[in-house]
Design a protein around this ligand. Structure first.
Ligand SMILES: N[C@@H](CCC(=O)N[C@@H](CS)C(=O)NCC(=O)O)C(=O)O
Length: 205
């Protein structure tokens, strides 16, 4: 497997965690995100993924994109451990929590959004950080409430790792970069602290 990757990408970090949990071996292909839109590396990578995002995963001659779709694919091909439960209700609950991060926080703070805020909307670095913190804090408040009755303090859903944990840890790393006060989210911070101590998460970081 080949993972088109960037060391600071939260979405690629999710896939690295999933690959490590499942014991998959993979080669990392670093992708550059140059500031200059005319840089030929941008067009070259669009030949791989026309959307220009990382991660993208090559497996068995297939090219897969979108981190959650890649993780569901890995879950189907390598079901041990299963990250998205099979039972309909548990599945919907895990996906709902994961999507707080993947759909409601992460897209608002993506590189292209931060670049637009800085280059076209006149925001300085503290202004961009403030924007990012705002959406992380709002999303984390929802995440904290959502796992309140499901967590055992080690995982978002008691008993084992799920997709919710896989998306949480990269977003917590990102929150630290933007100066979010994690003490406001004690349950989420405790779970993230435990997950970060686990080898598949630490190696992916
Ligand atoms: N929904 C996509 C998001 C992927 C994404 O936003 N990747 C970021 C890095 S975390 C990226 O490639 N950003 C480049 C850009 O914003 O131009 C996924 O989950 O894979």
């Amino acid at each position: 497997m080949r993972l088109y990757d960037h060391e600071r990408s939260s979405a690629a970090f999710r896939v690295r965690i999933a690959l490590n949990l499942k014991g998959c071996r993979y080669e990392r292909v670093p992708v550059a995100f140059p500031d200059d839109p005319a840089d030929p590396r941008i067009e070259a990578y669009r030949a791989v993924n026309p959307q220009g995002f990382v991660p993208a995963l090559e497996h068995d001659g297939l090219l897969l994109t979108q981190s959650l779709a890649i993780i569901e694919y890995l879950d189907a091909c390598f079901p041990d451990p299963r990250l998205v439960p099979e039972a309909p209700v548990e599945r919907a609950r895990v996906q709902a929590v994961a999507q707080i991060v993947a759909c409601d926080i992460h897209p608002l703070n993506n590189l292209r959004v931060r670049r637009l805020l800085a280059a076209e909307l006149g925001q300085d670095e503290p202004g961009v950080d403030r924007w990012c913190r705002r959406w992380i804090e709002e999303g984390f408040a929802a995440f904290e409430a959502a796992i309140g009755s499901t967590t055992d303090g080690r995982y978002c859903f008691a008993g084992g790792v799920t997709l919710a944990d896989v998306v949480l840890v990269p977003q917590v790393r990102n929150a630290r970069w933007h100066g979010v006060d994690l003490t406001r989210f004690p349950t989420l911070a405790r779970v993230a602290g435990h997950l970060e101590s686990l080898e598949p998460f630490a190696r992916a970081a």
